[in-house]
Design a binder for this molecule. Structure first.
Ligand SMILES: NC(=O)c1ccc[n+]([C@@H]2O[C@H](COP(=O)([O-])OP(=O)(O)OC[C@H]3O[C@@H](n4cnc5c(N)ncnc54)[C@H](O)[C@@H]3O)[C@@H](O)[C@H]2O)c1
Length: 253
């Protein structure tokens, strides 16, 4: 059964060209939403949007979340097309391309790029889209955090620090935006294995995390979708400023 009143909502998903972002977009199109898929990888983005075929509608719009002008261009397009937006999933991140290494070997360039996308990105995106979110009256923002923060996972401190910032940003954003009827929550995934190969987990770490879970199976993108849809829906109308870990009961430390 569909979550209440999600149909016909206009939702923006960042980082929607692949992985979990593409899955959020697919689910929302299935729920009957107008979904604006955005990503800085234009080719993959358009290919991904072309695979989605209703009952909702999928539109692809290029976006670099680190670039204020790019965020403002998206806002201008959406203002003309819809006049408001009902929801935003801040999912874009530097994640699958990260190489694990001790933090003292992370270069300044790597550090800055991760903070620019993962932390400045959601702030810039929300700031640019704020008039559109406010217009909706009851909009919902879902910031994608990470349980890697709560686990204190080693090997990618720049990423952990950026996602820790996202968790914190949610609490303050929720307070500042409540006056506009906008809810802000963090969906914090445990490890999720997508179609994209990555170097942020070793085989040994994967087994250790699995054995610390209550449900003894690994997660795929579909495991995140119901929670995202719920947070965007009117069923979550009294829920804001929360961090929801979707992690099969993975025990922290
Ligand atoms: N996969 C996991 O295990 C896991 C666990 C916890 C949290 N997360 C979070 O979930 C989200 C999705 O994870 P994923 O595994 O699909 O990641 P991914 O690396 O496969 O996809 C990230 C997407 O973001 C896009 N992107 C990067 N920089 C951008 C920019 N400047 N502007 C616009 N788009 C940009 C990329 O092109 C890509 O499509 C991320 O926020 C990630 O940190 C993932």
């Amino acid at each position: 059964m569909s979550v209440r009143a999600l149909e016909e909502k206009t939702i923006v998903v960042t980082g929607a060209a692949q992985g979990i972002g593409a899955a959020y977009a697919r689910r929302l199109v299935d729920e009957g939403c107008n979904v604006v898929l955005t990503d800085r990888n234009r080719e993959k983005l358009e290919a991904c949007a072309a695979t989605l075929d209703g009952p909702g509608k999928a539109y692809a719009h290029p976006l670099d979340v680190t670039d204020r002008a790019s965020c403002e261009q998206l806002a201008a397009t959406l203002t003309e097309a819809y006049g408001h937006i009902d929801g935003l999933i801040n999912n874009a991140a530097v994640f699958s391309t990260i190489t694990m290494k001790p933090f003292w070997e992370i270069t300044d360039k790597e550090w800055d790029e991760v903070q620019a996308v993962n932390l400045r990105g959601p702030w810039l995106t929300v700031s640019a889209l704020l008039p559109l979110l406010t217009k909706a009256g009851t909009a919902s923002i879902v910031n994608i955090g990470s349980d890697a923060v709560l686990l204190g996972r080693p090997g990618y401190l720049h990423y952990i620090a950026s996602k820790g910032g996202v968790h914190g940003m949610t609490y303050s954003m929720a307070r500042e935006l409540g006056q506009f009827g906008i809810r802000v929550n963090t969906l914090s995934p445990g490890p999720v294995y997508t179609e994209v190969p990555r170097e942020t987990v070793t085989a040994e770490q994967r087994e250790t995390m699995l054995s610390a879970q209550a449900l003894p199976r690994t997660a795929c993108p579909d495991d995140m979708l119901g929670t995202a849809a719920f947070l965007l829906s009117d069923d979550a109308a009294y829920l804001t400023g929360q961090t929801i870990s979707v992690n099969a009961g993975l025990v922290h430390r």
